[in-house]
Design a protein around this ligand. Structure first.
Ligand code: GLC
Length: 537
């Protein structure tokens, strides 16, 4: 048995609660909706998906300017999603099925309607003034420096009443907390404890490397880019040295509750992800390389090796292909071979060394939704249309079946259902052994049966073709070979070095078992878009 903690061996499934399942017909998903689908996620048998944890995007009270990523009470439940009793039921029901609960804590900023901010903005002398980042105007009333909001425009908002600017990295309705203020910091650490005391197993930490800004508020130097935010090098508004102390403090709180986790959402590259999840800092940090990766096995391999190298054995990798902020990968990679590629991508994500994070809907090869301009909800989409459509397309409701409302709601869904929901839905795929859903299910359950897929070393096998990705996963007692044909023609792959001697047993293929060709010492034959997992006897 593996001695690794659950957050290294398990599979995490992200739920965007607004879009998962609506129990009361108001068109918006809710906590009781999630409870009603827990058996789908894991009922202890391979009939279910088998995920080990769910990460729920925010359901805390919020005016909803950024759809819950603007929190006005960290310790409550927005009535849109249910009650605290529903939440406690969710935790109990999930735990009963062996599913852990990960909450999304948005602690870089609060909502402008959070009582902390209401106090802070009430007067310069207010004791909570320093809980946020307030600054006198520059010359001629100008903003204190050149910092830009990620969502567009200046990151400073003038408060006419108290005659100072406040800083908001995102919307002006999302003022940034001042993590340097000891009382604010203590209040934030209490939020962790509040939920840990309620039985939560971990946290996803929103924009975790933006918690601190340069204490002198220096101007960022320019960079090449299109939108304002991209036209700067962000050396002063994120990645400050004080982060490390904050991460140690968070880790300390987590560890004091046993095997609890946190995964950081990092703004930036894999180097930062590796740094912040090494040496006992954050347990995990997202490496978003895959979300911008083209459909190329070499490109994936390069980024895997770079991450492994950056972590240097001091941290644990984690991988993600889709989430609520980016175009769904089925659509990114899809085209004519959408389902075949969704399976190859799944086989890769679920057999790499590292914790896989799935985004709800990817297990049915869900496509990006189509949103008419009038239906756009996401603030950056409204602002930048038609150059950027915003993030609504990856947030459309999960289609559970082909009935009106797709089994998601009996009312009007808050975002339109995908036009293809009658074809692409859970019910249509559940009993089809060749569906994307069945393949995810088989992969996840195989991971549980093959500890080598959870804990083994990752050893790439160089191949003389740029069309496939092949690697071993290896522990002292088990060896698995994963071979992924990324393209639509059959491949005879030659290895540069021989495989370890032995015979191989087929554990999983995207294709019928009959035609599977066991690996030979120096090569393997793969069918078009075939993903296979062999185990050495
Ligand atoms: C993170 C979230 C995103 C949100 C932003 C501001 O990037 O994933 O959805 O808009 O933070 O909180």
């Amino acid at each position: 048995m593996s001695t690794k903690p659950w957050w290294q061996t398990g599979v995490v499934y992200q739920i965007y609660p607004r879009s998962f399942a609506d129990s009361d017909g108001d068109g918006t998903g809710d906590l009781r909706g999630v409870i009603s689908r827990l058996d789908y996620l894991n009922d202890g048998t391979p009939r279910s998906l088998g995920v080990d944890a769910i990460w729920l995007s925010p359901f805390f009270p919020s005016p909803g300017f950024d759809f819950g990523y603007d929190v006005s009470d960290y310790c409550g439940i927005d009535p849109l999603f249910g009650t605290m009793k529903d939440f406690d039921t969710l935790v109990a029901e999930a735990h009963r099925r062996g599913i852990r609960i990960i909450l999304d804590l948005v602690l870089n900023h609060t909502s402008h309607l959070h009582p902390w901010f209401a106090e802070s903005r009430s007067a310069q002398e207010n004791p909570k003034r320093d809980w946020y980042i307030w600054q006198d105007p520059g010359r001629f009333g100008a903003a204190p420096n050149n910092w830009q909001s990620v969502f567009g425009g200046k990151a400073w908002k003038w408060d006419a009443r108290t005659r100072q600017y406040y800083f908001h990295m995102f919307l002006e309705q999302q003022p940034d907390l001042n993590w340097r203020n000891p009382n604010a910091r203590k209040a934030v650490m209490d939020v962790f404890r509040f939920w840990l005391d309620r039985g939560v197993d971990g946290f996803r930490l929103d924009v975790v490397n933006a918690y601190f800004k340069d204490s002198m508020l220096r101007n960022n130097p320019p960079a090449l880019g299109i939108r304002g935010y991209e036209r700067q090098r962000h050396i002063y508004d994120k990645d400050q040295p004080e982060l490390l102390g904050a991460y140690r403090e968070i880790r300390g709180v987590l560890d004091s509750y046993g095997e609890r986790m946190a995964v950081g959402e990092i703004m930036g590259g894999m180097a930062e992800a590796a740094r912040y999840s090494s040496d006992g800092l954050l347990p995990l940090a997202f490496n978003f390389e895959f979300t911008g990766q083209r459909w190329s096995p070499q490109a994936f391999l390069k980024s895997i090796m770079a991450f492994e190298q950056a972590l240097a054995g001091k941290g644990w990798p984690c991988y993600v292909l889709s989430n609520h902020d980016i175009v769904r990968h089925a659509s990114r990679y899809g085209g004519r071979w959408l389902e075949a590629r969704a399976k190859v991508a799944a086989a890769m994500l679920l057999t790499l060394r590292g914790t896989p994070f799935l985004y709800h809907g990817e297990e049915i090869g869900m496509r990006e939704g189509k949103i008419a301009r009038a239906d756009i909800q996401d603030p950056p989409g409204k602002r930048y249309w038609p150059f950027y459509m915003g993030r609504d397309g990856c947030r459309t409701p999960i289609p559970w079946n082909a009935f009106p409302g797709a089994g998601f709601t009996t009312g009007d869904p808050w975002l339109p259902l995908n036009p293809d929901f009658r074809k692409v839905n859970v019910a249509a795929q559940r009993d089809d052994p060749d569906s994307v859903l069945s393949f995810y299910r088989k992969l996840i359950w195989l991971r549980k049966k093959m500890p080598v897929l959870q804990a083994g070393d990752f050893i790439p096998i160089p191949v003389k073709s740029g069309r496939a990705l092949v690697y071993l996963r290896e522990t002292k007692s088990q060896v698995a070979l994963v071979a992924l044909n990324f393209f639509e023609s059959a491949l005879d792959l030659a290895f540069r070095e021989p495989l370890p001697a032995g015979s191989w047993r087929l554990r999983l293929s995207t294709h019928p078992v009959e035609g599977a060709q066991p690996p030979l010492g120096y090569g393997i034959r793969l069918r078009p878009h075939e993903a296979v997992i062999w185990e050495k006897r």
